[in-house]
Design a protein around this ligand. Structure first.
Ligand code: DX5
Ligand code: ZN
Length: 219
């Protein structure tokens, strides 16, 4: 398995200084920049869209790991691709045609991610793994940073790990929500190879980011 990738969620950044914040997490060792897009409809919160994403595309060369919490999602995939996404992840719960959404993302030349909420079983991925480059298991209900990790999602991470190993393709297994150094260890032990973290990376301000990211790696 690959060494774990850390994807700080800019949802927890200081939005008044967003460019500097992205530069700071890049310098502090972030592998990917996690971009949480919320629409106030699929999830009960609104964040930002492709215009803001495009504005920070120039400040880092790190991959943009875009998590779309919007419904409908298909009409907006092109805009996020054009704004500089590297991976675009869509929820199985966000529309009737998840397979089509994944095909659309691949057609745009981007990595396709599929996301499942805490109430959705791993089995929902059965006919989707062949079209996915990444699976994102939500360990909180999407919509807000700063929530507590839902422990029973560890079983699902283990199940998805087995499914990916059987599939045999190179598919990243990412976990998102409530990940601090203690939960990070348990996610990695369960088979995760990418971790999103907002609160636990941005805590303490820029001087703390490198240590916060290192702590999530277990070091
Ligand atoms: C939740 C988002 C997460 C979240 C992570 O809807 O997808 O990326 O902001 O933040 P923490 O690490 O604070 O749970
Ligand atoms: Zn997210």
């Amino acid at each position: 398995m690959n060494p774990v990738r850390i994807a700080p969620s800019i949802l927890s950044a200081d939005f008044a200084r967003l460019g500097e914040e992205v530069r700071a997490i890049d310098a502090a060792g972030a592998d990917w920049i996690h971009i949480d897009v919320m629409d106030g409809h699929f999830v009960p919160n609104i964040s930002f869209g492709p215009v803001v994403m495009k504005a920070i595309r120039g400040v880092t060369a790190k991959p943009f790991d875009v998590h779309l919490m919007i419904a409908p999602v298909d009409p907006y995939l092109d805009a996020f691709a054009e704004a500089g996404a590297d991976t675009i992840s869509v929820h199985v719960e966000a529309g009737p045609h998840i397979h089509r959404s994944l095909q659309h993302i691949k057609g745009l030349g981007k990595r396709a991610g599929v996301v499942i909420c805490p109430g959705t079983p791993a089995k929902a991925l059965d006919y989707l793994l062949d079209s996915a480059d990444l699976v994102l298991v939500m360990s909180v209900n999407p919509g807000f940073g700063g929530q507590s990790f839902i422990e029973n999602q560890l079983k699902k991470i283990e199940a998805v790990r087995r499914m990916i190993d059987v599939n045999g393709r190179a598919i990243d297994l990412e976990v998102d929500g409530g990940v601090d150094p203690r939960w990070a260890r348990r996610c990695i032990d369960a088979g995760a190879d990418a971790l999103v973290a907002g609160t636990s990376v941005f805590r303490g301000g820029p001087a703390a980011y490198a240590a916060n990211i290192a702590a999530l790696r277990g070091g």
